[in-house]
Design a protein around this ligand. Structure first.
Ligand code: ATP
Ligand code: MG
Length: 463
């Protein structure tokens, strides 16, 4: 006897074999003719497999007839061609071992459909529902595609630190890391004395691994990071988490146009893999969550991303009759409403905006000759807005130092970053993709809390 996943047991090629299945009961129906049907799911796929359990099984009356949704079982039996509709196979059980029954009075995931909001309160059980099973299978596939894409192109996977002393974005939205006793903070001149703290200085959870990524790109060529990222932004939106996963490639000897091409190829690769490997889950999202996801993904795979400068985008936004909450003028940081207007209404396809005003972008982005803009790019997609942010990095030492001063940063604190420009500086570029943002896009799930196993948001770190 061989153990099969439900996914494999649903394939007709295994018919005739004696198999073992382990999983959780979704439903049980008793037939008057003296047997029961059990719908079994083990998380390997969306669909269940039907188990036929005859009344002459020794534990039929005591156990099998009481199996309820959520119960865990081990089935042994023969895989047969199914007479029923909608399935190729079923199992004629020779043994049903019950690991644990489930109380039908109190088990939250009964047949009734719950709102996604309600299911967030049951973060420990929601992976057992159809929707969340599908979300996390797709999440797994996306993670795999990310590694495949970069590994096939010879990028090295590197791990940048989670605890850091530098604030890459300068946004001040960082969680502090300390081992000081908060009830008795050592003080010096009225301020916390961080020389007594674990790292002898203020330290934080990272908001990005980019600067460290640049170190490795300046030695090993193309690299990428894929890890958790933290932002203490108190924005309770459907697109922001306090802890999310970011993918950050950093590419040596590459300019902004090349960077855009990698970003476009990368997104298309992920979509192509998901459509092929998660067809059943994607059908489900298309039917139950958002009936445009399949069409949109296919359209994106088959179209070239538009490349539009920030300045052109502002002209478009200034000309339209569409009313925005936040007024448009050259120099503003684009708001979500602007980004979505461009990608959803005006272009109706993904757009890469580039060459943003230097005043709204971080110090490390390469200055253009116009003196006004930097080599930044954002990839915008319908329904989500910004999904990728990236840039060509400033590789000229003098320009970089000037930019740091302009933004009130102390170049001495970034001595190692400047060293990269002193010793064999290279043109290089990179971007950051939020894993949860692309998952939102793929699945059509409107709230980012529903595409990560345990969402961390203001006021919520329960599980
Ligand atoms: P936004 O304007 O949406 O806050 P950002 O400009 O702060 O994004 P970047 O600093 O460029 O974003 O980060 C790179 C990517 O990380 C973004 O394109 C997005 O996909 C993702 N991202 C940023 N902040 C969050 C967050 N709080 N939760 C989830 N994903 C995020
Ligand atoms: Mg932000």
């Amino acid at each position: 006897m061989e153990k099969l996943s439900v996914r494999n047991a649903r394939l007709p090629e295994h018919v005739g074999r004696q198999i073992i299945l382990e999983g959780w009961v979704r439903t049980r129906r008793d037939s008057k003719a003296g047997f029961s049907f059990i719908e079994l799911n083990d998380g390997s796929c969306m669909a269940n497999i039907q188990i036929v359990a005859d009344a002459d099984l020794p534990n039929y009356a005591d156990e099998i007839k009481h199996l309820a949704a959520g119960a865990s079982v081990r089935i042994e039996g023969e895989l047969k061609q199914s007479q029923g509709k909608g399935q190729a196979t079923e199992v004629q059980a020779s043994s049903v071992h019950v690991y644990g029954n489930s109380d039908p009075e109190t088990y939250p995931l009964q047949k009734k459909r719950h709102s996604f909001e309600k299911l967030r309160e049951w973060a420990h059980l929601r992976p057992r529902s159809n929707t969340f099973g599908a979300v996390f299978r797709v999440r797994n596939q996306v993670s795999k595609s990310i590694h495949d894409f970069f590994q096939e192109r010879g990028f090295l996977y590197i791990n940048t630190p989670i605890i850091t002393a530098s604030d890459c974005e300068g946004a001040g939205e960082m969680f502090k890391v300390t081992s000081l006793d908060l009830n008795n903070i050592p003080k010096k001149d009225g301020k916390p004395d961080f020389s007594k703290d674990f790292f002898d200085r203020p330290s934080y959870l990272t908001v990005s691994g980019q600067l460290e990524g640049e170190i490795f790109a300046s030695a090993l060529g193309n690299v990428y990071t894929f890890g958790p990222t933290f932002r203490a932004e108190n924005s309770n939106t459907s697109r922001h988490l306090a802890e999310f996963w970011m993918i950050e490639p950093e590419m040596a000897f590459l300019d902004l146009q090349g960077n855009m091409q990698v970003a476009e190829d990368f997104i298309k690769r992920i979509f192509t893999d998901v459509l092929r490997e998660c067809a059943e889950d994607m059908e489900f999202f298309n039917k139950r969550v958002d009936d445009t996801v399949l069409e949109t993904m296919n359209k994106i795979i088959n179209s070239d991303f538009l490349r539009v400068t920030y300045t052109e985008a502002i002209e478009i936004l200034e000309k339209t009759d569409h009313k925005f909450d936040y007024p448009v003028s050259w120099g503003i940081d684009l708001q979500s409403e602007h980004e979505r207007y461009l990608t959803e209404k005006h272009f109706e396809q993904p757009v890469i905006l580039y060459d943003y005003p230097r005043s709204i972008k971080p110090f490390y982005m390469r200055c253009n000759d116009d003196g006004k803009t930097v080599c930044a790019m954002d990839v915008l997609v319908p329904n989500v807005g910004e999904i990728i942010g990236g840039s060509q990095r400033e590789e000229r030492l003098d320009v970089l130092v000037e930019r740091m001063k302009e933004q009130g940063l102390d170049p001495e604190e970034y001595w190692w970053y400047l060293d990269l420009r002193k010793y064999g500086t290279i043109p290089h570029s990179g971007f950051g993709l939020g894993l949860e943002r692309i998952l939102q896009f793929i699945t059509g799930m409107t709230n980012i809390r529903d595409v990560i196993p345990f969402p961390r948001t203001p006021g919520n770190a329960d599980f």
